[in-house]
Design a protein around this ligand. Sequence first.
Ligand code: CUA
Length: 333
Amino acid sequence: MGSNIPLFPEAASAIAPDVDHLALFLLAVAAFFSVAIFATIFYFAIRYRRRSDRELPHVQHGGMLLEILWSVIPFAITMVMFTWGARLYFQESRPPDNSLPIYVVGKQWMWKIEHIEGQREINELHIPVGRAVKLTMTSEDVIHSFFVPAFRTKSDVVPGKYSTEWFTATKPGKYHLFCAEYCGNRHSGMIGWVYAMEPQDYENWLNSNPPPSTMAESGGKLFNGMGCPACHKPDGTGRCPSLVGLYGSTVHLAGGNTVVADEAYIRESILEPQAKIVAGYGSLMPTYKGQVTEEDLVQLVEYIKWLGDKSQGNKPAPGTQGEPLTIPELRGK
Ligand code: CUA
C-alpha cells in the first residue's frame, strides 16, 4: 500500500506493509481529529460570535454524556494504537529460530559485516530474499543505529552489548542502509547498501567470494590460540565447564540463578568471567577484555555455537550445514 505513495520508501520486507498500515492509521487518526477540531473552532467562532455589545454569553454547566464520550472514545483509540504497535514491536524484536545469522560491528564511521561462512563486507550487506535474516550487532566505539528504510526496521548498535535486528526481504534489489544515530562528524557518511538477492544468486555470491575460513573456524583458531581448551575440555573433565552443547542451553549458576546461554552470555563470559559463575566451578577464568576485538568475539561466539546448539536439538548451529570443519586440534578429541 505504502509503495503507491511516493513519500514512502519502497516496501521490501515481509513486515513493511504492516508497519505502513500502522503508520497510515496513526496519520489518519491525527488528520481526522486535526480537521474536526479546526472545523469546530471555526464553526463555533461564527455560530456563537458576539452580536451586540450588551449580549452576555449563556452559561453552560457541563454535560455528563459529553464528558464520558470524550474520555471513552480517545481511550479506545489509544488502546488500539497501543495493542497494534506493541504487537508489531514484539514481532520485530523476536527473530525466528531458523534465521540466517549475520554479524555486524559498527565503528566510526563504517559498518563491518561478517557472514558465518566467513565472507566479510564493509558498508554492504548481501542477503537472500525469502529468508529471515538475524543481525547480531555491536559497536566498537559509540552508539550507532542500523536502519534500512525499505525493510522498515531500525535498531541501535550499542558498545558493550549485542542488539539484534531481523527481517525477511521480499524483493530482490538494492536498498539504502543508514546510520540513524548521530555518532560524530562523519555520521552522515556512515551509509551503505543492502543487496537482496534471489537465493541462488546469493549462493553464487557466497561462492564467488571464498573466504579463507568460516567464522566458526576463525573462532576455533582464536579459541585454541588463547589456550582456552586447557581448561574448557570438551569432555567436561577440565577445570572449567565444557562448552560443547552450551549454546541455547540453560546454565545453572552459583547462587541458584539460571541463564540461557545466548550470544550476549557468551560475550559477557569472555570479557567479564566473574559476572556469572557456573554452579560447581570456581572463579578461575581471567578476563579477556582488551585482548579480543568485537570481531574476534563474534567469531568465538560462532565457534561456541558450532560446538553444539541445544536449541537446534544439539545439531550444528544453523548455517554450518553440519559439514565437518577442519580444526585439527578438535579432531583429536
Ligand atoms: Cu554511526 Cu551515525
